[in-house]
Ligand binder design. Sequence first.
Ligand code: MN3
Length: 239
Amino acid sequence: MKKQAWIHMVFFSGALMVFILFTSGTGHSTNNPDNAQTVQFEQPPLGYAYNALEPYIDAMTMEVHYSKHHAAYTKNFNTALAEANIKEKNIEAIFAKISQYPAAVRNNGGGYYNHNLFFKIIAPGGSKSPQGQLLEAINKKFGSVDAFKEEFSRKAMSVFGSGWAWLIVTDGGELKIITTPNQDNPLMDVVAERGRPVLLIDVWEHAYYLKYQNRRKEYVDAFWNVINWDQALQNYLGK
Ligand code: MN3
């Protein structure tokens, strides 16, 4: 009996040790608000499975993109805000004065916000083509949905290095396609043409390299299959 109890104890201790090592070494701190001094902005849940956009965007890319890249931008944005002693809770107000803030706020704040939008735009479900007032506005501005897609794809391909292509609606209510370098976005006071984002595509290589390698065109073509046009309409209407 004594020997059996001793073996149980050793086994239990070993299991406990493995458990402690496992839970402390998996990088959960990335997304754990307790570890940051102040968390002004939290990473929203993805809201769908990593494999939900297969075959157009693969599960591994989605997992790394959301749980590593987006999580890191979120963490680093909060750190950068704390270091700069910026307590503003309205992210649009931060972007409106981004030229006055450190580069870490601009880069990580953009990275945080742009991916929030992007993962909602490439969500499963919703309409598979433009609807309602957005459809009318696209037809009016670009002539047809196909002509719009062609122009947007061309702009997305034209981004040199890392950045984004956007469909925005200006203060005057006009649709425009623009591009931004790095993690800049059309709400920032450093961007030439500003407006409210309606649709966006991430053309950083991390968004497509695992599946498409250097073939950005194939990724941009695939993007049209995963857009949630109901969300795009909400964005257009400012809801
Ligand atoms: Mn990205």
